[in-house]
Design a protein around this ligand. Sequence first.
Ligand SMILES: [Cu+2]
Length: 302
Amino acid sequence: MDRRSMLRLGAVVAAGSGLGLWGVAASGASAPQMLVRRRPDAREMTPQQWQAFVNALKKLNTPAGGNQYSKFTADHYAVGSGAHGSPGFFVWHRYFLRQFEKALQEIDPSVSLPYWDVTRDSQAPERSFIFSESYMGGNGGSDGRGGALNAPFVGWRVPSANSGLVARYFSRGTTIPSWTAPEILNSYLDHRASYDAIRQQIESTFSRVHAGIGGNNGDMSFMYTTNDPIYWVFACFIDLVYAEWQKRHPDRTNDYPTDPKKTRIASYDGVYVAEVFDTRALGYTYNRWNVNQPTPSPSSTA
Ligand SMILES: [Cu+2]
């Protein structure tokens, strides 16, 4: 097994309110100053809101944005089993995504990290709105059969373990095998009764999203998965799933296999697991997720 394949994600796994559209005022005495903002479903954003997100993300990958994008990729690449195939999965990614969102907000304070509800596209992922030119662009390559990203990310590269052109290779050429349907996710959310049971379930089932989009050679299949901008909206959905599980199991909100007050999050010095259980304390929230809720029609694909 070469280094590249060892770093394959699958291999690791087998082992609108009063304060602006997404803003809601924080309640509770612990954080009276903090603005808690609701992360939006990508499908419900206006074209302008989506564009603001993409603009900020692109700027992070420039000298004017401090070249911070590659630092995020380096952090994800380095954490390895501290956040993959281990209990750290939900909590590390939650903290990591919040740091990324803060970096976006330093560029444009109006931006919140959006999520892509992958389950709503589970039976024909390649037909998802997210692969349109108005969102993340489709399969890579000039013939759409795999290769370097197309619009709106033509020429996208990130100085990282893969510093070449960032690529997608849908795993069946032009299509992607089905992945977890909403009804299945709903059942996991109801019936996995401990942090690590839901963590293992979600990490393993949604590794199919990485593999389906990245295929054999695309960035999404490797530990530099963050190079592909689609990573962020997918990872945000995984964080929403963790938050939804916490809400459905209020007696388990602070569950963790080891003492969360004494267990540090990998690679972030001095941050304890117990500090990331409450998304509001981190400055964001999500709407509840419901298997029967209507799926909004994205506004940019008409
Ligand atoms: Cu990861």
